[in-house]
Every structure is written in structure tokens, then in C-alpha cells.
Design a protein around this ligand. Structure first.
Ligand code: OSB
Ligand code: MG
Length: 368
């Protein structure tokens, strides 16, 4: 395939309710929608998942736009790409900027799947026909967390991720366990602790958590290995794993027992699949993390999560978890605790152009 154009759109949408983390409250989400168009006029969609501010990674919507427009898209000029896996090596001379790379990588995967007339999940090697739905609880009080859990249980979700920090951990989890002794829960700390908090984190072993996600620094691998020796709860790394090499080092050092794979965070589906395949050979279970993203990125997540190593329910929630109306048709739906993996070509969802128009902030067409 050879590309003729790349369309970049920035959209902005309010969340149905505020998303509380110790790093700040997310009330509205900006995102980048990428459409790649081949010389033959076929289309593929990707999504850039950087936030408006660099609270989760160093990238932002603005830095992603700059890197896409001025660096990555020009690298595709005049290039014949026969496999979507060829994109990542083309981008390898560009340091980091994983989220910008991922948006373009995803769009090329979708385009390629559509050209071949196969579902993206099949092209990736996925085998699961449906993926277990999990959801994140990000509340600002135990009462609000319990109310969210009750609602999501009624919706059929199979796994609950609770945001914790030193300001809200033991008491919150004790309260949840008092009401739901056997609920499958994991705690996501988003790097809010240090090794000095090891005893405090060890105390959370009381709650039979599935795992604790990213307790220590966002870029640490060494200290997590010390912590894992001290606590029984399996550590899952999120922020610390931005490349295949990070995953290999973390596993080698015993820094985690589980990995949360986000295509957006690791530079795209090619790298995500590589991490998945490696974890499978090492017996490390993986799950697919979310980014409070829009439907295009969620669709890519669903396809990725259909790979056989994704044995733990991920942040795969319905469009209505965050949005009044998503930018894909139909919206992602959870039925009896599962999300169906589409069996139509590419990501398997069409674009809700009306919704894109309503939320559009900026648009740019780049001709190659
Ligand atoms: O740490 O997993 C995280 C959302 C944005 C950025 C980072 C994280 C999250 C979530 C929400 O926890 C996951 C979702 O989209 O369902
Ligand atoms: Mg996380």
C-alpha cells in the first residue's frame, strides 16, 4: 500500500462524570482521530491517546500533532508499505513519542485489514470471539466508589479497577471488601507511592486483590522488583512499560507478575503484539488497558484483546462508561459481561460522522 493522504482531526468531548485520580480530575477529553487514505482510496482509522496535559506520559495532544505532522507522516512519503509491521521500523529513528506513533500504526493496521477484507483481530492473530469486560472505578469517596461498583455490577462487568493513592487506599478497599468479599478487584496507584511506603502497600495484601497496578515511579523498574519481593499481591506494570525492551527487563528482574498492554502507550499494535507474544512464552498474563479513549482506540483494543495471552479482563468497557454518544457506530456494548469481537473487515465499526462533527476542534489534511 501507498498512502495518498492523512487526515488529522482533534475532537473534544465532556466525560459523563468526572474521572478522579490523585494526579488530577479529568472532566473532558481531547483526542486525535487519524484517517489514512491509500492511493486506491481505501481508508484506515487510528486514534492518538495523549491527553491535553502531560499527566500520564510526557506527550500531549499538541506534541503529538507536531510529531505526526512534521516528523512521522513525512516519513511515509513515497513509501510502499506491504505489511503494517513495516511502519514501526520506519519510525524507529524517532525517539519515544509512542502515542503519536501508535495513532499512525493503528490506522495502517486498520487500512491493511480492510484491504485484505479481514477483521483486524484476525490479522493480528486473535482467536477469542468475545473479550471479558472490565471497568474502572475512579471516585472521590468510598460511598461514590460503592455506588459506581453497584451500577457496573448490574451492567455485567466482570472485573473492577479501583484507583488508589496514599490518601485513599486501605479504608477504601476495606469498605469495598465489606460489601463485596469476593469481587474481582485490582487497585491502580498510578505511581502515587515510593519504596518508603512498602509497609503500607504490604498491608493491602489483606484484600486479596487480583493485582496492584503501577504503585511506584512511572519510569521505575528496579524498585518495583524490591517491592514485589515484599508483598504478596502481584504487581502489574502500566506506565513503566513503553517498549518491548522495558517488558523484557521487568520480567527478567521480577518487577511485575502481570503486564497491562496499551497499544497507545507502547507505540502501536506491532509493539503491543510483540510484548504479548513474549509474555505468553514467559507465562506472564497480560490484559488490555484503557486510556479514557474514544471508540476508534477502543475498537483497536478489542481486536488486540482477542489474542490468546489476554487472559485477564481489561479496561474494556462500553462506550456509555465515559460518553453520552461515541464517535463509532454502533457504540461498544457489554452483553452478559462480554464485548463481542467484530467479524467485519478492519476495526469493524463505522465512524459516527455526526458525532465527530459536533465535537470537532481542528482539522488538517496532509497530502503525501
Ligand atoms: O492508569 O490505567 C490508567 C485512564 C487514562 C490514563 C491512564 C489510566 C486510565 C484508566 C482508565 O485507568 C482506563 C479506561 O479507559 O477504562
Ligand atoms: Mg494504570
Amino acid at each position: 500500500m501507498q498512502l495518498a493522504e492523512v487526515h488529522l482531526k482533534v475532537i473534544r468531548m465532556p466525560l459523563k462524570s468526572p474521572f478522579y485520580t490523585h494526579l488530577g480530575t479529568v472532566k473532558e477529553r481531547e483526542g486525535i482521530i487519524l484517517k489514512v487514505i491509500s492511493k486506491e482510496g481505501m481508508e484506515g482509522y487510528g486514534e492518538g491517546v495523549a491527553f491535553s496535559t502531560p499527566w500520564y506520559t510526557e506527550e500531549t495532544v499538541k506534541t503529538s500533532l507536531h510529531i505526526l505532522e512534521d516528523v512521522l507522516i513525512p516519513l511515509l512519503k513515497g513509501k510502499q508499505i506491504n505489511q503494517p509491521e513495516e511502519a514501526a521500523p520506519l519510525f524507529s529513528a524517532v525517539r519515544r513519542n509512542h502515542m503519536a506513533k501508535a495513532g499512525l500504526d493503528m490506522a495502517l493496521w486498520d487500512l491493511h485489514a480492510k484491504q485484505k477484507g479481514v477483521p483486524l483481530s484476525v490479522l493480528l492473530g486473535g482467536t477469542q470471539k468475545q473479550v471479558a469486560a472490565g471497568v474502572v472505578v475512579a471516585a472521590n469517596s468510598p460511598e461514590a466508589a460503592l455506588a459506581q461498583i453497584e451500577g457496573y455490577l448490574n451492567d455485567g462487568y466482570q472485573r473492577f479497577k479501583v484507583k488508589i493513592s496514599p490518601n485513599q487506599d486501605y479504608r477504601l478497599l476495606a469498605e469495598i471488601r465489606r460489601h463485596y468479599p469476593n469481587l474481582p478487584i485490582l487497585a491502580d496507584a498510578n505511581s502515587s507511592y515510593t519504596l518508603r511506603d512498602a509497609d503500607r502497600l504490604q498491608a493491602l495484601d489483606d484484600f486479596n486483590l487480583l493485582m496492584i497496578e503501577q504503585p511506584l515511579a512511572h519510569d521505575d523498574i528496579i524498585e518495583h522488583s524490591y517491592l514485589q519481593k515484599k508483598i504478596n499481591t502481584p504487581i502489574c506494570l502500566d506506565e513503566s512499560i513503553v517498549t518491548f525492551e522495558d517488558a523484557a527487563k521487568a520480567i527478567e528482574l521480577g518487577s511485575c507478575k502481570v503486564i497491562n498492554i496499551k497499544a497507545g502507550r507502547v507505540g502501536g499494535l506491532t509493539e503491543a503484539k510483540k510484548i504479548h507474544d513474549f509474555c505468553l512464552t514467559k507465562g506472564i498474563p497480560v490484559w488490555c488497558g484503557g486510556m479514557i479513549e474514544f471508540g476508534i482506540s477502543r475498537a483497536h483494543n478489542i481486536a488486540l484483546a482477542s489474542l490468546s495471552g489476554f487472559t485477564i479482563p481489561g479496561d474494556i468497557s462500553a462506550s456509555n462508561r465515559f460518553w453520552e454518544e461515541d464517535i463509532i457506530h454502533p457504540g461498544v456494548a457489554v452483553e452478559k459481561g462480554f464485548v463481542k469481537v467484530p467479524n467485519t473487515p478492519g476495526i469493524g465499526f463505522s465512524i459516527n460522522e455526526k458525532r465527530v462533527k459536533e465535537t470537532l476542534v481542528m482539522e488538517k489534511i496532509i497530502k503525501l
